[in-house]
Every structure is written in C-alpha cells, then in structure tokens.
Design a protein around this ligand. Structure first.
Ligand code: GLY
Length: 346
C-alpha cells in the first residue's frame, strides 16, 4: 500500500492507495459511539456495499446516480436523513462513490452542524485521481456547474484500485480527461507515459492503473498542498474546464460526462493557445493528435459559439470582467490567460 500526504497547515491528511484494501475497511475507520453515515449511490452500493456490511455505527444514505443528483434538493434530502437519524457534531460521514457522491458527501459534511468529519472512498478513476482530493465540495445550481459549495478537506482518502475493474469505456474516458490534464499542466514525462500506455489504461490494466493513479494523486496533492484555496497555483487544475464546464452546462449535464467534456475542452483551449501564439507548433500538434486519437466526438458545431462563450463568461473563476483560461504554453507548463469575450475564438 502507498501513502501520499496532502500537506496543509492544520488539516493535513493521507491518501491511502492499494489493491484490495477495502476488504480491511475496519483498519482505516476509528470506531466511535456516534451515529455515522455512509453516503453512496444506488449503482455503487449495489456493486460494492458488501465491503461495509460489518462496519458498525454507519447508517446508509443512498442517492440516485448521476450528475442530476448534484443539487440542493439532494443536499436537503441527505441533511434531513442525518438530522432524522440523530447525527451529532461528532458524527462522521463516508462518501463512497464517484465525483457526484464525493461532492455531495463533502458538501453535506461541511455544513451539517457547521461542519463534521468525512472520509472519501472514491470508486471511479475520476474521483480517485481528482475530485476526492483537495476538499472542493458542492452542487450545481440553476444549471451552473459547482456554483454552490465549500472548501472542506476530508480526514483521509482511501483509494482501492480493485474498484476500477468494473468500469466501462465511458467511465474510463471520464477519468482519462483528468489524467491527461495532469501531464499537460505539470509533468510532460507523465504525459508521454499516458500516451504510451493508453491501451493499458483503456483495459484498466492493474499495473498501469496503479502507477497512473499514484502519480495523479501525487501531483494533485503537491498542488493542493501549495495552494489549498485556489489563490494561484491550483488554478492550473482548471485546464480544459472553462470550455468543458460550458459544454456540460449547454447540454444540461446530459450529453457528456465530465471527463469527455474536459477532453473536448482541452482540445479547444489548446486551439485557443495556438491562436494566441502561446504554444509552439510541434507541441500543439502533439496534444491535438493525442486528443484526436481518443475517439471522442470533438465536434461542437451544434452549440452556437456565442451561447457557449456567454456561459463561460459566468464561470466563477473569472475576474475583471474577463474569462479565465488555463492554456498550455510549454511542455508540462500552463499559464492563466484572462480574455475578453471577443478574444475567445477557436
Ligand atoms: N478539480 C479541480 C480542483 O480540485 O481544484
């Protein structure tokens, strides 16, 4: 088992990464005498709920799977259950699922009785490499992605690579968006490793997945340790996301999963970097060729550019009336560009 520390002043925590480690879930959860909660979704719980059968003191709160559950209505439902079941300030929450469950579980934990402890046990690649780490929690609001939320760090993250065996192609793509992103924003050698091992990732090969997940968790934890609240460095994690969130939003979160939207977002943001003269032709071509090879439909002609740009103009990362884009500049490096609507073309 590997351990990676997210180093923060006052609230550091460990990411435990291993194969088959959920079999011994008791080893990770300190017992208490409170009413605790396991938040999960119907699909995950049906497949993997058995890991928690013998865990004492945890009441299950199971939500519907999918992005539509990331809403204030679901938050209200979860908080109602926690209160009804007499959860206290000392209760703990386990968020057991993908990005949606992690964001919901984290958000409910951050506001219930002004904040209680929670543990992230991510079950998808996307959640294992990104959303379970770093304490961003929240829900979508009025069709805007992650508009209502908090920073609330988990007390630990438990990553069991065995859970990835059951993922289908779309779920793998969902994680792949963030995996490729880490290479482009931070570590060119890792980008090359991902390109060379794309087949192994597609087949969830355990050896490849172990090293990919470990490297992504290291990168994420290094970035979050340096900038917990996204004042500067952490912004680089938003590469592909300004465009990607626009696309998710314009399609009511129904057409693309997050990773697919990020892959398409990275494609158009790299085009934007080229238009602005921010990236050399060879590296530009390398990124484009790789994104093109993933068999994701990159065509966005169905969505009027002006509407997409209007959505991006509402993104919470913007300031001074300009849209924030993180664009690739050099191998393993990105920079923030603040652009007026009229400068956004692809
Ligand atoms: N998923 C981006 C971040 O955690 O900052």
């Amino acid at each position: 088992m590997e351990k990676i520390v997210v180093n923060l002043s006052g609230n550091s925590y460990d990411i435990h990464i291993g194969k088959g480690i959920l079999v011994n879930i008791d080893d990770f959860i300190e017992p208490n005498n409170e009413q605790n909660f396991l938040i999960s979704d119907e699909n995950v719980y049906e497949l993997y709920g058995h890991y928690f059968e013998n865990l004492k003191g945890y009441e299950k709160i199971i939500v519907k799977p999918g992005e539509q559950s990331k809403s204030l209505e679901t938050v209200s439902h979860i908080l109602g259950q926690m209160l009804g079941l007499k959860g206290s300030r000392k209760s703990k929450v386990i968020a057991f699922g993908g990005g949606v469950v992690g964001d919901l579980g984290g958000f409910c934990s951050s506001i219930y009785m002004r904040g209680i402890e929670y543990i992230q046990i991510p079950t998808t690649i996307l959640a294992q490499v990104d959303s379970s780490i770093g304490g961003k929690t929240g829900v979508n609001f009025q069709n805007h992605k992650n508009t209502v939320g908090t920073f609330h760090q988990p007390s630990k993250v438990i990553v069991d690579i065995d859970l990835l065996q059951s993922l289908d192609r779309r779920q793998i793509l969902n994680g792949l968006g963030e995996i490729i992103k880490y290479g482009i924003i931070y570590d060119y050698e890792f980008f090359k490793y991902v390109k060379e091992n794309i087949e192994g990732i597609g087949k969830s090969n355990s050896k490849v997945m172990s090293s990919v997940i470990k490297r992504c968790c290291e990168i994420k934890s290094e970035i979050v340790s340096k900038d917990e609240k996204e004042q500067n460095l952490r912004k680089i994690l938003n590469f592909g996301h300004t465009f990607g969130h626009g696309l998710e939003s314009i399609t009511n979160f129904l057409k693309y999963n997050h990773g697919e939207a990020v892959i398409i977002g990275m494609y158009y943001e790299t085009l934007l970097a080229k238009r602005l003269g921010a990236i050399d032709s060879e590296y530009f071509q390398e990124i484009m060729d790789f994104l093109n090879s993933l068999r994701v439909d990159l065509n966005v002609e169905d969505y009027p550019a002006a509407n997409l740009i209007d959505i991006m103009a509402n993104d919470k990362k913007n300031h001074d009336g300009k849209i924030s884009f993180i664009l690739p500049t050099e191998r393993g490096k990105v920079e923030e560009y603040l652009l007026h609507k009229s400068q956004v073309k692809w």
